[in-house]
Design a protein around this ligand. Structure first.
Ligand code: GLU
Length: 410
């Protein structure tokens, strides 16, 4: 099943349950606007390579549209479209005043020099600057992009529209970024994991965790859960997975990456494959890398009893059905990784006031928002005896539908 079809399926289940008005239902599945642009980039050797960039703006009933910008070879219109819709539901689940969007360029950023990446970013801004902005659509980091890319983006946007730091979030802290934005997604994943464990009456100190992906989200999740006393037994990156049943030391993993550029050769663990990591004997499995890693083929072999979707769409719908049948509890991406966009919202608020919050304040506000969202979704799931994912869709669709109604859209 393609990406957008998967989101559509979850959406349809929830819309049926809600008895959603047919016009609203149809409108919610048609993206507000889709843009595809050519991005010709001059490479360091003087040749020009044509890339293709996308921005899909899904729904703006609740506010300006919000969502990351992805540099990844697998990016295509279908994927960006589904991720844009996910952002609409995600912002609604945590109740921040944004709609959803997503952007991407089909490129492997590891094969670009820093200068080439900068030119790629600036060319993309050339292509889309007219349809984005602080009150319209606000990009942010996603796979393959980071604070440095956001700073180039802001700088280039300013050439067309003047000083406007709120045009993008996830910027460097010293360049109108927010304290705590970089850690926010992983921190949120960690917070939710602990909340779930507590609801299930389990102790963090007796909980083993495997994290697939050791990028920004994976590392911050690992740090948070280690500090909470969970036992991290496996992590992975593109070079494979590293497994130590007695527990891994997060600091040692991080310093290995700083020294060697990847986890390759990490000495204090058994080297296994990324696929092996997914089926390890652990309590909590956290896919924090790419989409579609848990499929019909491997879902039956998963031994974890809790899966936290730190990445977007790591579970294919067929696998999701199997997990539900097998009683494996899934915390869906819509909630699990929403800490990132929540602090993006705080960054946008700070930018509009040209005022920077203290790190503590960001953390406090984040905790408050995530706490409320968790309570709402958990209770809804219990009250109606449905999965946490379906509860997220119900709550999100109701909120977006209400905004469409109040705004007079339908
Ligand atoms: N790319 C992140 C996500 O998928 C963050 C989006 C944002 O901060 O706007 O939620």
């Amino acid at each position: 099943m393609k990406s957008f079809a998967a989101v559509e399926r979850y959406f349809n289940q929830a819309a049926d349950r809600l008895g959603l008005d047919p016009a609203i239902r149809e409108l919610m599945m048609i993206p507000y606007r889709e843009i595809q642009v050519q991005v010709p980039v001059e490479m360091d050797d003087g040749t020009v390579r044509p890339f293709v960039g996308y921005r899909v703006q899904h729904n703006n009933a609740r506010g300006p549209m919000k969502g990351g910008l992805r540099f990844h070879p697998q990016v295509d219109l279908d994927e960006v479209r589904s991720l844009a819709a996910l952002m609409t539901w995600k912002c609604a689940v945590v109740n921040i005043p944004f709609g959803g969007a997503k952007g991407g360029i089909a490129v492997d950023p590891r094969h670009l020099s820093t200068k080439e990446k900068e030119r790629l970013t600036r060319k993309f801004v050339d292509g889309i600057h007219e349809v984005i902005g602080p009150d319209t659509d606000i990009p942010a980091p996603d796979m393959g992009t980071n604070a440095e890319v956001m700073a180039w983006f802001m700088n280039h946007y300013a050439r067309y529209h003047g000083f406007s730091p709120a045009c993008i979030t996830g910027k460097p802290v010293e360049m109108y970024g927010s304290p705590g934005r970089e850690e926010a997604t992983g921190r949120g994943v960690g917070i939710f994991t602990l909340k779930l464990l507590s609801r299930l009456g389990r102790l963090p100190s007796q909980t083993t965790v495997a994290i697939q992906g050791f990028g920004n989200v994976g590392t911050h999740t690992a740090e948070f859960l280690r500090a909470a006393d969970c036992k991290l037994v496996a992590v992975s990156d593109v070079t494979g997975a590293y497994y130590a049943p007695a527990g891994l030391n997060v600091r040692e993993l991080e310093s290995h990456i700083i020294k060697h550029g990847s986890l390759s050769g990490f000495p204090k663990a058994e080297h296994i494959t990324n696929e092996d990591l997914l089926t390890l004997e652990v309590d909590v499995l956290i896919p924090a890398a790419i989409g579609g890693v848990l499929t019909e083929e491997n879902a039956g072999k998963v031994k974890a009893s809790i899966i936290i979707e730190a990445a977007n769409e790591p579970i294919r719908p067929e696998a999701d059905d199997l997990f539900e049948e097998r009683g494996i509890l899934v915390l869906p991406d819509l909630l699990a990784n929403a800490g990132g966009v929540t602090v993006s919202y705080f960054e946008w608020v700070q930018n509009r006031q040209i005022f920077q919050w203290a790190h503590n304040r960001v953390r406090q506000e984040l905790d408050r928002v995530l706490d409320q969202a968790f309570e709402t979704i958990w209770n809804r799931s219990k009250d109606e005896n449905i999965s946490l994912r379906q509860a997220c869709y119900l709550v999100a669709i109701e909120r977006v539908a209400r905004a469409m109604h109040l705004g007079g859209i339908v």
